[in-house]
Design a protein around this ligand. Structure first.
Ligand code: NAD
Length: 494
């Protein structure tokens, strides 16, 4: 399905205390990657507005903390129904600003809804614990909100990445400050409107548009106790350092360079589809996209697999099967990366530079699926996050050589293996230096209730951003010890 790109410029605003309010800072345009035309604009948020919005959130949060979780969950249930009602409209909007195709836009929202359903289930699942530890004395866990929390999100998933944290943080009783990407702020207004319609009390969900200065003002505000971040490694590290230097809890997810290990015994159909879809999905602009293909063994044993990957990737039509690249500068960077790889001896066996822009969208940001063969380990194409529909093939003698290359990259988000041999799959699972591993799955994103998160330069901080291992980040655990009657005997704990 083609994307319905907004015909008129959308005035994107902050959402503060239940109202949409124009920002007071610098004006920034939002350009659609599809046609290169402005589709929105906003004014960034200055420090004084950040401060008053967070002060108001702090007041609202104190009341929200007193609301039983079952009642908070009712708002989340309404929120889910509104998102599902409006899902097609939102998928068109978020795709218009981020470059996704329609199915990808919708899938991102559905993943967000899955996290929302996990948050709704917390009322029945997260029961804490209470044990009588000695006669008449009990110990108990109570989960309490952190207070005001903040989240800063990237362009490539304008709804899914924020929805990793919004439902869980709000259900646990926090107030939530959100700074969306300046490249994709339009979707944030729909999410804010949905939460308002769902009945979320004013002040608990404040959307502050902007860039670096707005982020820094949010981090620095004394009332903000926990900061989630998703974006590139360089900025993740900067946000982590700034927040932790102020004594705050920070979980900052960064970039990635994901590997797929292809073994000769892999099912060629599964490998062809799984590997092609992994590096071309979202035009390669996702932190779980495969970026390096480690082809193990004699090349003649894997030729059929490579042919299937090429056949599937080259059949994709730009504009419908595969979306656009976020900016013109990024297209230039990708084209240059291909040229540099060629200069170091790589062979371009599928050349996306030759792909033709969809009719009527010639001013958009396009590059087709690209496969580079015989890429040198250690070169830019093998180690740097390119963030586009490019996969680098490195030929390897055996699994040990493949995993040595995988282990040498600084990132640690995802690694997959395609094989029909369980023992070899287990070897890759054990040797992978990543937070997430897949077997015959090109994009090994854990589904709820399993948590999402990498290691090494793909994540700064502890825990994960979703699922069970996110709960302790968005809450505090109070340990309560109670005795109502005098004990007759004294023991070592008395
Ligand atoms: P980015 O780092 O440029 O921007 C992310 C956010 O940081 C945006 O909201 C932006 O406004 C803000 N920001 C930019 N410069 C800043 C600064 N100097 N100080 C403070 N804040 C700043 O990332 P992007 O280009 O929007 O997104 C793509 C990147 O995100 C890729 O590297 C991708 O791998 C990564 N990503 C990671 C995950 C994950 O789960 N690990 C998920 C999605 C995207």
């Amino acid at each position: 399905m083609s994307i319905k790109i907004p015909a008129a410029i959308i005035n994107c605003q902050n959402f503060i205390n239940g109202e949409f309010i124009k920002g007071d800072g610098e004006k920034i345009q939002v350009i659609s990657p599809y046609n290169g035309k402005p589709i929105g604009e906003f004014f960034s948020t200055t420090q004084s507005v950040v401060e008053s919005a967070i002060n108001d959130a702090q007041v609202a949060q104190r009341a929200w903390a007193e609301v039983p979780m079952k009642e908070r969950t009712k708002v989340m249930f309404n929120f889910r129904n509104i998102l599902l009602r409006d899902i097609d409209e939102m998928a068109h909007l978020k795709s218009s600003e981020s470059g996704k195709n329609f199915d990808e836009g919708k899938a991102g929202l559905m993943k967000g809804v899955e996290v929302l359903e996990y948050a709704i289930a917390l009322q029945n699942m997260d029961l804490g614990g209470r044990v009588e530890v000695s006669r008449g004395v009990s110990c108990e866990y109570r989960r309490e909100p952190v207070g005001v929390v903040a989240n800063i999100t990237p362009f490539n998933f304008p709804a899914m990445v924020p929805m990793w944290t919004i439902p869980i943080a709000l259900t646990l009783g926090n107030a939530y400050i959100w700074k969306p990407s300046e490249k994709t702020p339009l979707t944030s207004m729909k999410i804010a409107a949905a939460l308002k319609e769902a009945g979320l009390p004013n002040g608990l969900f404040q959307v502050l548009q902007g860039t670096k200065d707005t982020v820094e003002a949010i981090i620095d505000h004394e009332a903000v106790k926990a900061i989630g971040f998703v974006g590139s490694t360089k900025i993740a590290k900067a946000v982590y350092d700034r927040g932790t230097n102020l004594g705050k809890r920070v979980l900052a997810l960064g970039g990635a360079k994901n590997h797929i290990v292809l073994l000769p015994d892999a099912n060629p159909e599964m490998a062809g589809v799984g590997i092609s879809d992994s590096f071309t999905g979202c035009a390669g602009q996702r932190c779980m996209a495969a970026s390096v293909l480690l082809v193990v063994g004699d090349p003649k044993d894997t030729e059929k697999h490579i042919e299937k990957i090429i056949a599937r990737a080259s059949s994709l039509k730009l504009g419908t099967d595969m979306g656009a690249i976020i900016t013109k500068a990024q297209v230039k960077f990708l084209r240059e990366a291909i040229t540099k790889a060629e200069a170091t001896g790589a062979k371009v066996i599928l050349d996306g530079r030759k792909s033709i822009a969809p009719s009527g969208m010639e001013e958009g940001n396009w590059i087709g699926p690209t496969i580079l063969d015989n890429v040198l380990p250690g070169s830019e194409a093998a180690t740097v996050e390119l963030f586009g529909p490019i996969i680098s093939i490195i030929r390897c003698r055996d699994i040990s050589e493949a995993m040595k290359i995988e282990n040498s990259v600084s990132y640690g988000n995802a690694c997959s293996v395609f094989t029909s041999n369980g023992a070899l799959a287990e070897k890759v699972i054990r040797m992978a230096s990543t937070g997430m591993v897949g077997v015959n799955v090109g994009v090994p994103v854990p589904r709820e209730p399993f948590s999402f998160g990498g290691v090494n330069a793909s994540k700064f901080g502890h825990g994960d951003i979703t699922g069970q291992h996110s709960l302790d980040f968005w809450s505090n655990i109070k340990k309560v010890t109670v005795k109502w009657e005098k004990q007759n005997d004294n023991n070592w704990m008395s």
